[in-house]
Write a protein that binds this ligand. Structure first.
Ligand code: NAD
Ligand code: IPM
Ligand code: MN
Length: 378
């Protein structure tokens, strides 16, 4: 029997609760389709960091590289300074493993009311560039009033060398911080190509390129030029370029007008939460961090929602759907489709309602309902 080797990182807050439900459903889909999933659990996250003083061991990425895929919950622990675990685990995974595609599908599920009018047919594929932009982890902070650089200054190891001093143009003694953004032609082309291929594969007529060349021309001219060059290879696909501010407005005003939304890193981050809001909750937003030639990582797009941790009220659907994305990427299309179909019919029939959409069904109950229905429908 075919067996996939999955690295599992439940993480912080609601992470362990939602991952448990994701695994329940993944295992059911595997049973039905006749393959196996073998999980190796890694304890990374806030508690591990507080206990050991390290986010990950030195050979952490080497270990992760041995697996077929990574199934991830969420990180972010209020006891740890913001950014440490997020940067050194989550963002580091995306860059170290070159998961340059962040695929974040968003659709309004039947039975869920959107806060936005006209969202009944909202169904977009957000394709977020995942390794460049303002996420290259290169910058520094000079937080003291004397303007002296402090050790905590650089948030983490920078990925790119840079050294310059902008103090001369600031008022003396002012605290300051900066981050560099980087966009490359090759990085933009490869993600644009993925977006167009996805549109073709899914029969989506339009790719919208999110940009902001008017305010940040150096980076986004490279981004737009790469988009135009790639678009020329796909004459059958409609295209548009849209500034991120306008994109946010149009998503609310005409949500059903979008198909594939291709966005640079930071804009894709923001718009994917906006899209989840249109879908009624962050608890429905799944994401794949994909390296087509390497090890990919699958997670809900939301965070560790500390206020819900341990209460059994988090919505596990995003994580369950992230599991489906993982199976699809592993080539188990039938199993992935089963999970999606089961979620769809369960939602349509009102089989459960989680706290975030006004219901009271617990995290574990939702996972069990989806698992049982998947097995029954097989
Ligand atoms: P968040 O996504 O954790 O939560 C924002 C709000 O969305 C929550 O308060 C909750 O109301 C709702 N929500 C999120 N997930 C939900 C779910 N499954 N079910 C029901 N409701 C849900 O964002 P935040 O509050 O900005 O961040 C909390 C922590 O998570 C921070 O430490 C942040 O850095 C981290 N974070 C991690 C990831 C990740 O690991 N991928 C993503 C985003 C934020
Ligand atoms: C996400 C998160 C991360 C991001 C944070 C936790 C660093 O918001 O996965 O969307 O900004 O990419
Ligand atoms: Mn985000």
């Amino acid at each position: 029997m075919k067996c996939y080797d999955i690295a599992c990182i439940p993480g912080d807050g609601i992470g362990p609760e939602i991952v448990r439900e994701g695994i329940k459903v993944l295992n059911a889909a595997a049973d039905v389709e006749g393959f196996a999933l073998n999980y190796t659990h890694y304890p990374y996250g806030g508690s591990h960091y507080l206990e050991t003083g390290i986010v990950m061991p030195q050979d952490g990425f080497q270990q992760l590289r041995q697996h077929d895929a990574i199934f991830f919950g969420a990180v972010g622990d209020p006891r740890v300074k913001p950014g440490i675990i997020e940067q050194e685990l989550l963002l580091a995974m995306r860059t170290e493993l070159d998961q340059y595609i962040n695929l974040r599908p968003a659709r309004l599920w039947p039975g869920v009311e959107s806060p936005v009018k006209g969202a009944e047919h909202f169904d977009v594929q957000i394709v977020r560039e995942n390794t460049e932009g303002f996420y290259i982890r290169t910058g520094a902070a000079f937080p003291s009033e004397t303007g002296e650089r402090q050790l905590c200054a650089t948030v983490s190891r920078g990925l790119y060398d840079c050294s310059f001093d902008i103090r001369s143009s600031l008022s003396s003694g002012d605290a300051y911080g900066y981050n560099l953004g980087l966009i490359t032609r090759s990085g933009s082309e490869r993600i644009a190509r993925y977006a167009f291929d996805l549109a073709q594969r899914k029969g989506i007529s339009k790719v919208s390129c999110v940009t902001k060349r008017n305010a940040v021309p150096q980076m986004y001219s490279v981004w737009e030029d790469a988009f135009d060059a790639v678009a020329a290879d796909y004459p059958g696909v409609q295209t548009e370029k849209i500034n991120v501010d306008a994109a946010a407005m149009w998503l609310i005003k005409k949500p059903a007008d979008f198909g594939v939304l291709l966005a640079p890193n930071l804009f894709g981050d923001i718009l994917s939460d906006l899209a989840a809001g249109i879908c009624g909750s962050l608890g429905f937003g799944a994401g794949g961090n994909i390296n087509p030639n390497g090890v990919s990582m699958f997670e809900p797009i939301h965070g560790s929602a500390p206020k819900y941790a341990g209460k059994n009220i988090a919505n596990p659907v995003a994580t369950i759907l992230a599991g489906a994305l993982m199976l699809d990427e592993l080539g188990e299309h039938g199993a992935a489709q089963r999970i999606e179909n089961t979620v769809e019919t369960a939602m349509r029939e009102g089989a459960f309602r989680t706290h975030d959409i006004g219901g009271s069904d617990g995290t574990d109950k939702v996972g069990s309902i989806i698992r049982d229905r998947l097995l029954q429908e097989a």
